[in-house]
Write a protein that binds this ligand. Sequence first.
Ligand code: NAD
Ligand code: UDP
Length: 338
Amino acid sequence: MNILLTGGLGYIGSHTAVTLTEAGHKVILLDNLSNSSLDVLERLQALTGKPFAFIEGDVRDTPLLSKMLADYRIDSVVHFAGLKAVGESLEKPVEYFSNNVQGAISLLQAMNDSGVYKLVFSSSATVYGEPEYLPLDEVHPTSATNPYGRTKLHIEEMLEDVSSSNSEWRIVCLRYFNPVGAHPSGLIGEDPSGIPNNLMPYIARVASGALPELNIFGDDYPTEDGTAIRDYIHVCDLAEGHGAAINYLDNQKGWHAINLGTGQGHSVFEMVRTFEKAIGQSLPHRVTARRAGDVAVCYAKTDKAYTELGWKAQRDLDEMCSSVWYFQNFQISKDKVA
Ligand code: NAD
Ligand code: UDP
């Protein structure tokens, strides 16, 4: 199958590119490089031993998308492209609505005009807002607590309406929980510019000595050790979930929302301890105030992914942490050579 990945040089897109290529698909990448670099393209080629078609461009450029859909005879699209930082979305909501919502509209226009109706969309557990019960299943009420979350919710709703308008559409919204980890080769992983917002890349920078210590945002949550709990999922498992979703769309019409998580919650202290085990040394940290907007506990019900997609996360927390450390060291050794 010929599959277009928008945002395909980003963290999750690049891992999915590897998985889909290994499964025998032809993967075509579009990215505006706003949060990635051409270096990733070279690494993807080194990793898979295959050349990738890559177009530098913006998902809001509808004529470019239409041309790509036709030129590469695209069968399915996985739409990763977008902005993803919650804090930044509060400062720059218009940029978020433009990149994410306008980007999705542009893609839908191009797909509709080209008669390409299979779409997998990168959604997020953020669409569940403050959990009303746990684990979070796909029928849990949805809401948004920040502009980033609102873009995901708007896009999901738009996709549901679009799929009702024409029975040709086959759309899966994959609601990711907390993607972490890196490819075992050490060649691709999460490499945010500046100071990371998320826990795992922050821990990795502390471990490498690039940052002095980890701030643990609150130890007064109603959890066993007082720190907040999340459902961390290895990015390679997540990538495989996309392969399963694409296969699913061969036989399923309409709109579907499916959680991709492990179903297991882990606290911040547990993450720190597991990372310390992976690196064989202790990680400087201190407890600070809670981060505004954080929920205490969030983890997925994963039954639907298993029954519908036949997919289940395989990799544990040790593998998530050790792969991040391996990738981090690869980056450091590469920087020394450069
Ligand atoms: P990422 O920033 O690493 O990847 C996104 C890619 O899209 C980047 O390479 C960026 O350059 C590109 N891009 C951004 N705007 C674009 C545009 N207008 N046109 C073309 N390319 C554009 O992010 P990621 O972690 O790989 O996330 C991928 C998707 O998954 C995003 O939609 C994100 O909201 C969603 N998601 C991510 C997480 C997470 O924790 N990483 C969790 C839930 C959902
Ligand atoms: N967290 C932390 N220190 C950090 C970054 C995150 O203690 O430097 C905590 C955060 O409060 C949350 C968990 O780690 O409880 C996961 O945070 P992340 O930003 O990675 O994911 P999200 O909050 O989006 O689920």
